[in-house]
Design a protein around this ligand. Structure first.
Ligand code: WTA
Length: 568
Protein backbone atom coordinates (compact mmCIF):
# COMPACT_ATOMS: atom_id res chain seq x y z
CA UNK A 1 0.00 0.00 0.00
CA UNK A 2 1.49 3.39 -0.90
CA UNK A 3 1.81 5.98 1.91
CA UNK A 4 -0.63 8.27 0.13
CA UNK A 5 -3.68 6.20 -0.70
CA UNK A 6 -6.13 8.68 -2.12
CA UNK A 7 -5.08 11.94 -3.71
CA UNK A 8 -8.63 13.29 -3.98
CA UNK A 9 -9.53 12.62 -0.35
CA UNK A 10 -6.26 14.04 0.94
CA UNK A 11 -6.38 17.40 -0.83
CA UNK A 12 -9.83 18.13 0.59
CA UNK A 13 -8.72 18.60 4.19
CA UNK A 14 -4.97 18.89 3.95
CA UNK A 15 -2.99 21.09 6.31
CA UNK A 16 0.74 21.35 6.99
CA UNK A 17 -0.12 21.36 10.71
CA UNK A 18 -0.66 17.61 10.35
CA UNK A 19 3.04 17.21 9.48
CA UNK A 20 4.09 19.45 12.36
CA UNK A 21 2.20 17.13 14.65
CA UNK A 22 3.77 14.02 13.15
CA UNK A 23 7.21 15.55 13.71
CA UNK A 24 6.25 16.67 17.22
CA UNK A 25 6.94 20.28 16.34
CA UNK A 26 4.84 23.11 17.74
CA UNK A 27 4.96 26.60 16.19
CA UNK A 28 7.43 28.67 18.17
CA UNK A 29 9.56 25.63 19.17
CA UNK A 30 13.11 25.13 17.96
CA UNK A 31 13.40 23.15 14.75
CA UNK A 32 16.80 22.04 13.50
CA UNK A 33 17.18 19.93 10.37
CA UNK A 34 20.59 18.58 11.45
CA UNK A 35 19.18 17.29 14.69
CA UNK A 36 15.92 15.97 13.20
CA UNK A 37 17.86 13.91 10.65
CA UNK A 38 20.18 12.27 13.18
CA UNK A 39 19.49 12.78 16.93
CA UNK A 40 15.75 12.30 16.59
CA UNK A 41 16.13 9.11 14.56
CA UNK A 42 18.42 7.68 17.28
CA UNK A 43 15.94 8.74 19.98
CA UNK A 44 13.33 6.75 18.06
CA UNK A 45 15.47 3.65 18.60
CA UNK A 46 17.00 3.46 15.12
CA UNK A 47 20.59 4.29 16.10
CA UNK A 48 21.86 0.93 14.85
CA UNK A 49 20.04 1.13 11.53
CA UNK A 50 22.23 1.84 8.48
CA UNK A 51 21.88 5.46 7.34
CA UNK A 52 24.48 5.49 4.58
CA UNK A 53 25.87 2.78 2.32
CA UNK A 54 28.71 4.45 0.49
CA UNK A 55 30.81 3.31 -2.44
CA UNK A 56 33.64 5.26 -4.05
CA UNK A 57 35.27 4.78 -7.41
CA UNK A 58 38.17 2.47 -6.58
CA UNK A 59 37.93 3.51 -2.92
CA UNK A 60 35.91 0.61 -1.56
CA UNK A 61 32.78 0.79 0.55
CA UNK A 62 31.81 2.33 3.89
CA UNK A 63 28.77 1.96 6.10
CA UNK A 64 27.41 4.44 8.64
CA UNK A 65 24.59 3.86 11.11
CA UNK A 66 22.29 6.64 12.26
CA UNK A 67 24.33 6.75 15.46
CA UNK A 68 27.50 7.23 13.36
CA UNK A 69 25.77 10.06 11.54
CA UNK A 70 24.72 11.60 14.87
CA UNK A 71 28.25 11.40 16.29
CA UNK A 72 29.95 12.50 13.07
CA UNK A 73 27.75 15.56 12.71
CA UNK A 74 28.31 16.41 16.40
CA UNK A 75 32.05 16.13 15.81
CA UNK A 76 31.95 18.45 12.82
CA UNK A 77 29.69 20.87 14.69
CA UNK A 78 32.02 21.02 17.70
CA UNK A 79 35.10 21.43 15.52
CA UNK A 80 33.56 24.34 13.59
CA UNK A 81 32.29 25.96 16.77
CA UNK A 82 35.78 25.77 18.26
CA UNK A 83 37.09 27.59 15.22
CA UNK A 84 34.75 30.43 16.10
CA UNK A 85 32.00 29.70 13.58
CA UNK A 86 28.78 31.43 14.61
CA UNK A 87 25.13 30.92 13.73
CA UNK A 88 24.29 32.32 10.26
CA UNK A 89 27.95 32.10 9.10
CA UNK A 90 28.13 30.64 5.60
CA UNK A 91 30.07 27.38 5.41
CA UNK A 92 30.76 26.05 1.94
CA UNK A 93 30.85 22.33 1.17
CA UNK A 94 33.19 21.85 -1.78
CA UNK A 95 33.92 18.17 -2.18
CA UNK A 96 33.05 15.04 -4.11
CA UNK A 97 30.28 12.81 -2.82
CA UNK A 98 32.32 11.50 0.08
CA UNK A 99 30.64 10.54 3.38
CA UNK A 100 31.94 13.74 5.01
CA UNK A 101 29.75 15.79 2.66
CA UNK A 102 26.53 14.28 3.99
CA UNK A 103 27.62 14.20 7.62
CA UNK A 104 29.22 17.65 7.87
CA UNK A 105 26.11 19.11 6.21
CA UNK A 106 24.12 18.07 9.29
CA UNK A 107 26.88 19.30 11.60
CA UNK A 108 26.81 22.77 10.03
CA UNK A 109 23.05 22.96 10.51
CA UNK A 110 23.31 21.73 14.11
CA UNK A 111 25.34 24.80 15.11
CA UNK A 112 22.97 27.16 13.30
CA UNK A 113 25.42 28.00 10.51
CA UNK A 114 24.29 28.12 6.86
CA UNK A 115 25.37 25.30 4.53
CA UNK A 116 26.44 26.40 1.05
CA UNK A 117 26.98 23.28 -1.07
CA UNK A 118 28.81 23.75 -4.37
CA UNK A 119 29.71 21.19 -7.04
CA UNK A 120 33.33 20.12 -6.66
CA UNK A 121 33.56 20.29 -10.46
CA UNK A 122 33.23 24.08 -10.40
CA UNK A 123 36.20 25.98 -11.80
CA UNK A 124 37.89 28.91 -10.11
CA UNK A 125 35.63 31.63 -11.42
CA UNK A 126 32.37 29.77 -10.72
CA UNK A 127 33.63 29.16 -7.19
CA UNK A 128 34.89 32.70 -6.60
CA UNK A 129 31.65 34.38 -7.64
CA UNK A 130 29.59 32.24 -5.27
CA UNK A 131 31.97 32.53 -2.30
CA UNK A 132 32.16 36.25 -2.78
CA UNK A 133 28.41 36.72 -3.00
CA UNK A 134 27.79 34.69 0.17
CA UNK A 135 30.81 36.21 2.00
CA UNK A 136 31.61 32.65 2.99
CA UNK A 137 33.85 32.37 6.07
CA UNK A 138 34.82 28.71 5.97
CA UNK A 139 35.06 26.01 3.31
CA UNK A 140 35.32 22.23 3.73
CA UNK A 141 37.16 20.54 0.90
CA UNK A 142 39.52 17.80 -0.28
CA UNK A 143 43.21 18.18 -1.03
CA UNK A 144 42.68 17.68 -4.75
CA UNK A 145 40.42 20.76 -4.95
CA UNK A 146 42.73 23.07 -2.97
CA UNK A 147 44.48 24.44 -6.05
CA UNK A 148 41.28 26.17 -7.19
CA UNK A 149 40.97 27.94 -3.85
CA UNK A 150 44.63 28.88 -3.73
CA UNK A 151 44.27 30.54 -7.15
CA UNK A 152 41.51 32.88 -5.95
CA UNK A 153 42.39 33.29 -2.27
CA UNK A 154 43.50 36.92 -2.50
CA UNK A 155 40.14 37.83 -4.04
CA UNK A 156 38.07 36.37 -1.19
CA UNK A 157 39.48 37.97 1.97
CA UNK A 158 36.37 37.12 4.03
CA UNK A 159 37.25 33.39 3.82
CA UNK A 160 38.96 32.62 7.13
CA UNK A 161 39.31 28.84 7.20
CA UNK A 162 39.92 26.15 4.61
CA UNK A 163 39.33 22.74 6.14
CA UNK A 164 41.15 19.92 4.34
CA UNK A 165 39.34 16.67 5.08
CA UNK A 166 41.80 14.18 3.62
CA UNK A 167 45.21 15.63 4.39
CA UNK A 168 47.93 12.98 4.62
CA UNK A 169 49.90 14.95 7.20
CA UNK A 170 52.78 15.38 4.76
CA UNK A 171 51.90 17.60 1.81
CA UNK A 172 52.56 21.26 2.58
CA UNK A 173 49.56 23.34 3.60
CA UNK A 174 49.32 27.08 3.12
CA UNK A 175 47.76 29.98 4.98
CA UNK A 176 44.27 29.36 6.38
CA UNK A 177 44.41 25.63 5.50
CA UNK A 178 43.61 23.36 8.45
CA UNK A 179 43.62 19.54 8.32
CA UNK A 180 40.67 17.72 9.89
CA UNK A 181 39.81 14.04 9.69
CA UNK A 182 36.28 13.02 10.65
CA UNK A 183 37.38 9.44 11.19
CA UNK A 184 40.41 10.24 13.36
CA UNK A 185 38.83 12.99 15.45
CA UNK A 186 37.50 12.09 18.90
CA UNK A 187 33.77 11.56 18.52
CA UNK A 188 31.67 14.16 20.31
CA UNK A 189 28.87 12.44 22.21
CA UNK A 190 26.96 15.56 23.20
CA UNK A 191 26.70 18.72 21.18
CA UNK A 192 24.60 21.65 22.19
CA UNK A 193 22.24 22.14 19.26
CA UNK A 194 21.80 25.78 18.30
CA UNK A 195 18.12 26.60 18.95
CA UNK A 196 17.22 27.45 15.36
CA UNK A 197 13.60 28.46 14.78
CA UNK A 198 11.34 27.81 11.82
CA UNK A 199 12.57 30.93 10.00
CA UNK A 200 16.29 30.53 10.81
CA UNK A 201 18.45 30.22 7.68
CA UNK A 202 19.61 26.72 6.78
CA UNK A 203 20.91 26.36 3.23
CA UNK A 204 22.07 28.60 0.41
CA UNK A 205 21.72 26.96 -2.99
CA UNK A 206 23.15 28.88 -5.92
CA UNK A 207 21.20 28.80 -9.15
CA UNK A 208 21.70 30.46 -12.51
CA UNK A 209 19.95 33.67 -13.44
CA UNK A 210 19.15 34.95 -16.92
CA UNK A 211 21.03 38.16 -16.29
CA UNK A 212 23.51 39.01 -13.62
CA UNK A 213 25.45 36.71 -11.35
CA UNK A 214 24.22 33.42 -9.89
CA UNK A 215 21.59 33.81 -7.19
CA UNK A 216 21.73 32.16 -3.78
CA UNK A 217 18.27 30.85 -2.90
CA UNK A 218 18.07 31.07 0.88
CA UNK A 219 16.17 28.32 2.68
CA UNK A 220 15.11 27.95 6.32
CA UNK A 221 14.83 25.10 8.83
CA UNK A 222 11.03 24.98 8.49
CA UNK A 223 11.55 23.55 4.96
CA UNK A 224 11.82 20.20 6.74
CA UNK A 225 8.02 20.09 6.97
CA UNK A 226 7.67 20.03 3.15
CA UNK A 227 10.68 17.84 2.52
CA UNK A 228 9.62 15.24 5.05
CA UNK A 229 6.11 14.86 3.67
CA UNK A 230 6.93 15.05 -0.03
CA UNK A 231 9.57 12.35 0.49
CA UNK A 232 7.03 10.22 2.32
CA UNK A 233 4.23 10.56 -0.22
CA UNK A 234 6.09 11.00 -3.51
CA UNK A 235 9.16 8.81 -2.94
CA UNK A 236 6.89 6.57 -0.88
CA UNK A 237 9.49 5.47 1.67
CA UNK A 238 8.80 2.26 3.62
CA UNK A 239 10.79 1.24 6.69
CA UNK A 240 13.04 -1.32 4.94
CA UNK A 241 13.73 0.65 1.81
CA UNK A 242 17.17 1.10 0.33
CA UNK A 243 17.02 4.43 -1.40
CA UNK A 244 19.29 5.80 -4.10
CA UNK A 245 19.19 9.47 -5.12
CA UNK A 246 21.65 9.93 -7.95
CA UNK A 247 21.91 13.73 -7.54
CA UNK A 248 24.94 15.54 -6.12
CA UNK A 249 24.20 17.73 -3.06
CA UNK A 250 25.68 20.65 -5.01
CA UNK A 251 22.22 20.63 -6.52
CA UNK A 252 19.00 21.07 -4.53
CA UNK A 253 17.81 17.51 -5.29
CA UNK A 254 20.92 16.20 -3.56
CA UNK A 255 20.08 18.00 -0.30
CA UNK A 256 16.25 18.04 -0.18
CA UNK A 257 15.99 14.39 -1.27
CA UNK A 258 19.60 13.17 -1.03
CA UNK A 259 19.90 14.03 2.68
CA UNK A 260 16.89 15.63 4.38
CA UNK A 261 14.01 13.64 2.85
CA UNK A 262 15.35 10.14 3.57
CA UNK A 263 17.19 10.81 6.84
CA UNK A 264 14.36 12.75 8.46
CA UNK A 265 12.42 9.49 8.09
CA UNK A 266 15.21 7.18 9.17
CA UNK A 267 15.56 5.64 5.71
CA UNK A 268 18.75 3.88 4.57
CA UNK A 269 20.26 5.50 1.54
CA UNK A 270 23.19 4.62 -0.68
CA UNK A 271 25.62 6.86 -2.51
CA UNK A 272 27.88 6.07 -5.45
CA UNK A 273 30.74 8.52 -5.73
CA UNK A 274 31.61 7.87 -9.36
CA UNK A 275 30.75 9.16 -12.81
CA UNK A 276 28.03 7.63 -14.93
CA UNK A 277 28.31 4.25 -16.61
CA UNK A 278 25.26 2.09 -17.34
CA UNK A 279 27.12 -1.00 -16.24
CA UNK A 280 28.20 0.35 -12.85
CA UNK A 281 24.77 1.85 -12.15
CA UNK A 282 23.02 -1.45 -12.86
CA UNK A 283 25.57 -3.26 -10.70
CA UNK A 284 25.02 -0.77 -7.89
CA UNK A 285 21.24 -1.29 -7.92
CA UNK A 286 21.60 -5.06 -7.92
CA UNK A 287 24.30 -5.18 -5.24
CA UNK A 288 22.59 -2.79 -2.81
CA UNK A 289 19.10 -4.08 -3.56
CA UNK A 290 17.92 -0.54 -4.21
CA UNK A 291 14.15 -0.32 -3.79
CA UNK A 292 13.45 3.41 -4.33
CA UNK A 293 15.39 5.20 -7.02
CA UNK A 294 15.29 8.95 -7.74
CA UNK A 295 17.11 9.98 -10.90
CA UNK A 296 16.93 12.24 -13.94
CA UNK A 297 15.77 12.07 -17.56
CA UNK A 298 19.34 12.46 -18.86
CA UNK A 299 20.46 9.45 -16.83
CA UNK A 300 17.47 7.46 -18.08
CA UNK A 301 18.19 8.41 -21.70
CA UNK A 302 21.82 7.36 -21.21
CA UNK A 303 20.67 4.00 -19.87
CA UNK A 304 18.31 3.63 -22.82
CA UNK A 305 21.21 4.29 -25.16
CA UNK A 306 23.30 1.56 -23.51
CA UNK A 307 20.71 -0.91 -24.82
CA UNK A 308 18.26 -3.39 -23.44
CA UNK A 309 20.71 -6.33 -23.75
CA UNK A 310 22.98 -4.92 -21.05
CA UNK A 311 20.06 -4.46 -18.67
CA UNK A 312 19.12 -8.14 -19.07
CA UNK A 313 22.32 -9.18 -17.28
CA UNK A 314 21.08 -7.72 -13.99
CA UNK A 315 18.45 -8.46 -11.40
CA UNK A 316 16.24 -5.47 -10.73
CA UNK A 317 13.62 -7.26 -8.67
CA UNK A 318 14.45 -5.12 -5.59
CA UNK A 319 13.14 -1.95 -7.31
CA UNK A 320 9.72 -0.92 -6.05
CA UNK A 321 9.38 2.75 -6.96
CA UNK A 322 11.12 5.01 -9.49
CA UNK A 323 11.01 8.80 -9.77
CA UNK A 324 12.67 11.43 -11.92
CA UNK A 325 13.36 15.18 -11.79
CA UNK A 326 15.11 18.05 -13.49
CA UNK A 327 13.93 18.07 -17.09
CA UNK A 328 10.95 16.98 -19.12
CA UNK A 329 10.62 13.21 -18.82
CA UNK A 330 9.88 11.91 -22.30
CA UNK A 331 6.99 9.44 -22.56
CA UNK A 332 9.35 6.92 -24.23
CA UNK A 333 11.49 6.87 -21.05
CA UNK A 334 8.45 6.03 -18.91
CA UNK A 335 7.47 3.20 -21.24
CA UNK A 336 11.06 1.94 -21.57
CA UNK A 337 11.43 1.75 -17.78
CA UNK A 338 8.30 -0.39 -17.57
CA UNK A 339 9.90 -2.79 -20.01
CA UNK A 340 13.31 -2.94 -18.31
CA UNK A 341 12.53 -2.51 -14.62
CA UNK A 342 8.89 -3.54 -14.63
CA UNK A 343 8.03 -0.08 -13.19
CA UNK A 344 7.47 3.33 -14.74
CA UNK A 345 9.36 6.46 -13.71
CA UNK A 346 7.20 8.96 -11.83
CA UNK A 347 7.95 12.51 -12.94
CA UNK A 348 8.41 15.19 -10.27
CA UNK A 349 8.57 18.93 -11.00
CA UNK A 350 10.13 21.54 -8.72
CA UNK A 351 12.98 24.05 -8.46
CA UNK A 352 15.87 25.22 -6.30
CA UNK A 353 13.59 28.05 -5.24
CA UNK A 354 10.66 25.83 -4.28
CA UNK A 355 12.84 23.60 -2.07
CA UNK A 356 10.45 20.66 -2.40
CA UNK A 357 8.42 18.76 -5.00
CA UNK A 358 5.49 20.83 -6.32
CA UNK A 359 3.82 18.89 -9.14
CA UNK A 360 4.16 15.15 -9.37
CA UNK A 361 2.88 11.71 -10.21
CA UNK A 362 1.93 9.90 -7.01
CA UNK A 363 2.25 6.13 -6.71
CA UNK A 364 -1.53 5.91 -6.12
CA UNK A 365 -2.34 7.84 -9.29
CA UNK A 366 -2.62 6.81 -12.93
CA UNK A 367 0.42 8.06 -14.85
CA UNK A 368 -0.12 9.82 -18.14
CA UNK A 369 3.30 9.41 -19.78
CA UNK A 370 4.70 12.86 -20.64
CA UNK A 371 2.73 14.67 -17.93
CA UNK A 372 4.30 16.06 -14.74
CA UNK A 373 1.21 14.98 -12.78
CA UNK A 374 -0.76 16.97 -10.23
CA UNK A 375 0.06 19.53 -7.51
CA UNK A 376 1.20 18.25 -4.13
CA UNK A 377 -1.50 18.70 -1.44
CA UNK A 378 -1.16 22.13 0.17
CA UNK A 379 0.31 23.62 -3.01
CA UNK A 380 -1.86 26.13 -4.89
CA UNK A 381 -0.79 26.30 -8.51
CA UNK A 382 -2.10 28.42 -11.37
CA UNK A 383 -1.17 28.95 -14.97
CA UNK A 384 -0.96 32.70 -15.53
CA UNK A 385 -1.49 34.73 -18.65
CA UNK A 386 1.92 35.91 -19.92
CA UNK A 387 0.88 39.53 -20.09
CA UNK A 388 -1.71 40.11 -17.34
CA UNK A 389 -0.46 37.51 -14.83
CA UNK A 390 -4.08 36.54 -14.21
CA UNK A 391 -4.91 32.82 -13.84
CA UNK A 392 -6.05 31.09 -17.03
CA UNK A 393 -9.03 28.97 -16.19
CA UNK A 394 -9.69 26.97 -19.36
CA UNK A 395 -7.90 23.62 -19.64
CA UNK A 396 -5.51 23.21 -22.56
CA UNK A 397 -4.31 26.83 -22.65
CA UNK A 398 -0.64 27.51 -22.02
CA UNK A 399 0.46 29.81 -19.20
CA UNK A 400 3.23 30.57 -16.73
CA UNK A 401 3.44 28.08 -13.85
CA UNK A 402 2.89 30.04 -10.63
CA UNK A 403 2.44 29.12 -6.97
CA UNK A 404 0.80 30.81 -3.98
CA UNK A 405 3.85 31.45 -1.79
CA UNK A 406 2.66 29.65 1.32
CA UNK A 407 4.36 26.24 1.47
CA UNK A 408 7.05 25.54 4.10
CA UNK A 409 10.07 24.87 1.84
CA UNK A 410 9.85 27.96 -0.40
CA UNK A 411 13.02 30.09 -0.55
CA UNK A 412 12.83 33.15 1.67
CA UNK A 413 14.99 35.43 -0.48
CA UNK A 414 17.95 35.49 -2.83
CA UNK A 415 21.03 36.19 -0.73
CA UNK A 416 22.00 39.83 -1.04
CA UNK A 417 19.49 40.28 -3.80
CA UNK A 418 16.07 41.11 -2.40
CA UNK A 419 15.20 43.06 -5.54
CA UNK A 420 15.52 40.06 -7.86
CA UNK A 421 13.63 37.99 -5.31
CA UNK A 422 10.75 40.48 -5.30
CA UNK A 423 10.75 40.44 -9.09
CA UNK A 424 9.73 36.77 -8.95
CA UNK A 425 6.25 37.69 -7.65
CA UNK A 426 3.27 39.15 -9.51
CA UNK A 427 -0.27 39.63 -8.16
CA UNK A 428 0.63 37.55 -5.10
CA UNK A 429 1.92 34.60 -7.15
CA UNK A 430 5.46 33.21 -7.20
CA UNK A 431 6.51 32.91 -10.87
CA UNK A 432 8.46 29.78 -11.71
CA UNK A 433 9.71 30.98 -15.10
CA UNK A 434 8.30 27.84 -16.79
CA UNK A 435 5.29 27.40 -19.09
CA UNK A 436 2.80 24.54 -19.03
CA UNK A 437 -0.75 23.51 -19.85
CA UNK A 438 -3.29 21.68 -17.72
CA UNK A 439 -5.69 19.11 -19.15
CA UNK A 440 -9.31 18.59 -18.13
CA UNK A 441 -8.30 15.89 -15.61
CA UNK A 442 -6.05 18.38 -13.79
CA UNK A 443 -2.74 16.93 -15.07
CA UNK A 444 0.05 19.42 -15.90
CA UNK A 445 2.14 19.22 -19.08
CA UNK A 446 5.50 21.01 -19.24
CA UNK A 447 6.06 23.22 -22.30
CA UNK A 448 9.37 24.98 -21.71
CA UNK A 449 11.14 27.77 -19.91
CA UNK A 450 10.04 31.33 -20.34
CA UNK A 451 13.58 32.71 -20.33
CA UNK A 452 16.98 32.06 -21.93
CA UNK A 453 18.27 29.69 -19.25
CA UNK A 454 19.65 26.46 -20.68
CA UNK A 455 18.75 23.16 -19.04
CA UNK A 456 21.56 20.79 -19.97
CA UNK A 457 21.27 17.33 -18.46
CA UNK A 458 19.05 18.79 -15.74
CA UNK A 459 21.51 21.54 -14.80
CA UNK A 460 20.48 25.12 -15.27
CA UNK A 461 23.12 27.16 -17.04
CA UNK A 462 23.04 30.91 -17.40
CA UNK A 463 23.96 32.16 -20.89
CA UNK A 464 25.00 35.39 -19.22
CA UNK A 465 27.63 33.71 -17.03
CA UNK A 466 29.17 31.93 -20.03
CA UNK A 467 29.03 35.02 -22.23
CA UNK A 468 30.79 37.07 -19.55
CA UNK A 469 33.53 34.47 -19.23
CA UNK A 470 33.97 34.35 -23.01
CA UNK A 471 34.41 38.12 -23.05
CA UNK A 472 37.29 37.80 -20.61
CA UNK A 473 39.27 36.01 -23.31
CA UNK A 474 41.57 38.43 -25.14
CA UNK A 475 40.39 37.43 -28.64
CA UNK A 476 36.63 37.65 -28.05
CA UNK A 477 34.80 40.85 -28.96
CA UNK A 478 31.18 39.73 -28.52
CA UNK A 479 29.45 36.55 -27.47
CA UNK A 480 26.00 35.00 -27.41
CA UNK A 481 25.19 31.66 -25.82
CA UNK A 482 22.14 29.54 -26.61
CA UNK A 483 21.04 25.92 -26.37
CA UNK A 484 21.16 23.42 -29.20
CA UNK A 485 19.39 20.06 -29.30
CA UNK A 486 21.14 16.94 -28.04
CA UNK A 487 19.97 13.34 -28.01
CA UNK A 488 21.05 12.54 -24.43
CA UNK A 489 21.28 15.85 -22.58
CA UNK A 490 18.22 17.30 -24.32
CA UNK A 491 20.01 20.65 -24.60
CA UNK A 492 23.70 21.52 -24.76
CA UNK A 493 25.47 24.88 -24.75
CA UNK A 494 26.55 26.53 -27.99
CA UNK A 495 28.50 29.79 -28.12
CA UNK A 496 28.60 32.29 -30.97
CA UNK A 497 31.47 34.76 -30.93
CA UNK A 498 32.88 37.63 -32.92
CA UNK A 499 36.61 38.29 -32.74
CA UNK A 500 38.57 41.44 -31.96
CA UNK A 501 40.59 43.00 -34.79
CA UNK A 502 43.83 41.15 -35.39
CA UNK A 503 42.38 37.70 -34.58
CA UNK A 504 41.44 35.13 -37.21
CA UNK A 505 38.99 32.26 -36.71
CA UNK A 506 40.82 28.94 -36.43
CA UNK A 507 40.50 25.53 -34.77
CA UNK A 508 43.54 26.40 -32.65
CA UNK A 509 41.95 29.53 -31.29
CA UNK A 510 38.77 27.62 -30.53
CA UNK A 511 40.77 25.11 -28.48
CA UNK A 512 42.52 27.91 -26.66
CA UNK A 513 39.20 29.54 -25.80
CA UNK A 514 37.75 26.21 -24.61
CA UNK A 515 40.74 25.60 -22.32
CA UNK A 516 40.40 29.09 -20.91
CA UNK A 517 36.71 28.46 -20.19
CA UNK A 518 37.27 25.04 -18.68
CA UNK A 519 39.44 26.49 -15.92
CA UNK A 520 36.85 29.06 -15.01
CA UNK A 521 33.50 27.34 -15.35
CA UNK A 522 32.02 24.00 -14.48
CA UNK A 523 32.21 21.18 -17.04
CA UNK A 524 28.41 21.24 -17.07
CA UNK A 525 28.38 24.78 -18.37
CA UNK A 526 31.04 24.25 -21.04
CA UNK A 527 30.01 25.07 -24.61
CA UNK A 528 29.98 21.97 -26.78
CA UNK A 529 30.54 24.12 -29.83
CA UNK A 530 31.87 27.57 -30.66
CA UNK A 531 30.83 29.21 -33.92
CA UNK A 532 32.60 32.27 -35.30
CA UNK A 533 30.38 35.04 -36.66
CA UNK A 534 31.16 38.30 -38.44
CA UNK A 535 28.46 40.00 -36.40
CA UNK A 536 25.72 38.91 -33.97
CA UNK A 537 22.01 39.58 -34.51
CA UNK A 538 20.97 42.59 -32.42
CA UNK A 539 18.00 44.78 -31.67
CA UNK A 540 18.12 48.38 -32.76
CA UNK A 541 19.13 49.29 -29.26
CA UNK A 542 22.12 46.98 -29.54
CA UNK A 543 20.90 44.07 -27.42
CA UNK A 544 22.04 40.69 -28.72
CA UNK A 545 19.05 38.58 -29.79
CA UNK A 546 19.72 35.12 -28.52
CA UNK A 547 16.35 33.91 -29.72
CA UNK A 548 17.34 34.30 -33.38
CA UNK A 549 20.39 32.14 -32.84
CA UNK A 550 18.46 29.60 -30.82
CA UNK A 551 15.72 29.32 -33.44
CA UNK A 552 18.40 28.59 -36.02
CA UNK A 553 19.86 25.77 -33.88
CA UNK A 554 16.44 24.21 -33.27
CA UNK A 555 15.29 24.61 -36.88
CA UNK A 556 12.42 26.86 -35.80
CA UNK A 557 10.80 29.82 -37.46
CA UNK A 558 12.58 32.95 -36.26
CA UNK A 559 9.42 34.99 -35.67
CA UNK A 560 9.25 38.74 -35.36
CA UNK A 561 12.55 40.25 -36.44
CA UNK A 562 11.32 43.78 -36.90
CA UNK A 563 13.60 45.01 -34.16
CA UNK A 564 16.68 43.43 -35.74
CA UNK A 565 19.48 45.70 -36.79
CA UNK A 566 19.51 46.21 -40.58
CA UNK A 567 23.02 44.87 -40.92
CA UNK A 568 21.76 41.42 -39.91
C1 WTA B 1 13.21 22.28 -14.92
C2 WTA B 1 15.61 21.15 -9.97
C3 WTA B 1 10.32 19.57 -16.79
C4 WTA B 1 12.29 23.50 -14.92
C5 WTA B 1 14.89 20.41 -8.84
C6 WTA B 1 12.56 24.11 -13.56
C7 WTA B 1 11.64 20.34 -15.09
C8 WTA B 1 14.04 23.88 -13.43
C9 WTA B 1 11.21 19.30 -14.23
C10 WTA B 1 14.49 23.87 -12.01
C11 WTA B 1 10.28 18.34 -14.78
C12 WTA B 1 12.58 20.55 -13.14
N1 WTA B 1 9.87 18.53 -16.05
N2 WTA B 1 11.20 20.48 -16.35
N3 WTA B 1 9.85 17.32 -14.06
N4 WTA B 1 11.82 19.46 -13.05
N5 WTA B 1 12.50 21.09 -14.38
O1 WTA B 1 16.41 24.81 -9.91
O2 WTA B 1 12.66 24.37 -15.96
O3 WTA B 1 17.96 23.03 -10.82
O4 WTA B 1 12.24 25.49 -13.48
O5 WTA B 1 15.83 22.46 -9.62
O6 WTA B 1 14.28 22.61 -14.06
O7 WTA B 1 15.82 23.47 -11.92
P1 WTA B 1 16.59 23.49 -10.54
Amino acid sequence: MPNLQSYENTIKNFSWAMVEKELQYKPGDSINIGSYCSDRICQMGKGKKIALLWEGFGEGEKKFTFNDIRLGSNTFGAFLRNLGIQAEDRICLFMDRIPELYISFLGILKIGAIAQPLFSAFGEEALRVRLEDAQTVCILTQYKHLHKLRAILDQIPHLKHIIVLDHDGKKPLKAKEIPFSMEKATAVENLEIFPTKAESSSILHYTSGTTGKPKGAKHVHYSLISQYLTAKWVLDFQEDDIYWCTADPGWVTGTSYGIIGPWSQGITQCVLNAGFSADSWYKFIQKNKVSVWYSSPTAIRSLMKAGIELSKKYDFSSLRHLASVGEPLNPEAVVWAEKVFGKPFHDTYWQTETGSIMITNFPCMKIKPGSMGKPFPGITVALLDLKTYEPILEPGKSGLIAFKPDWPARMRTYWNNEETFKGKFKNGWYLSGDRATMDSDGYFWFLGRNDDIINTAGHLVSPFEIESTLLEHEAVAESAVVSKPDEINMEVVKAFITLKPGYQPSKDLELQIMNFMRKKLSPLAMPQEVEYMDCLPKTRSGKIMRRVLRAKEWGEVIGDTSTLDEEN
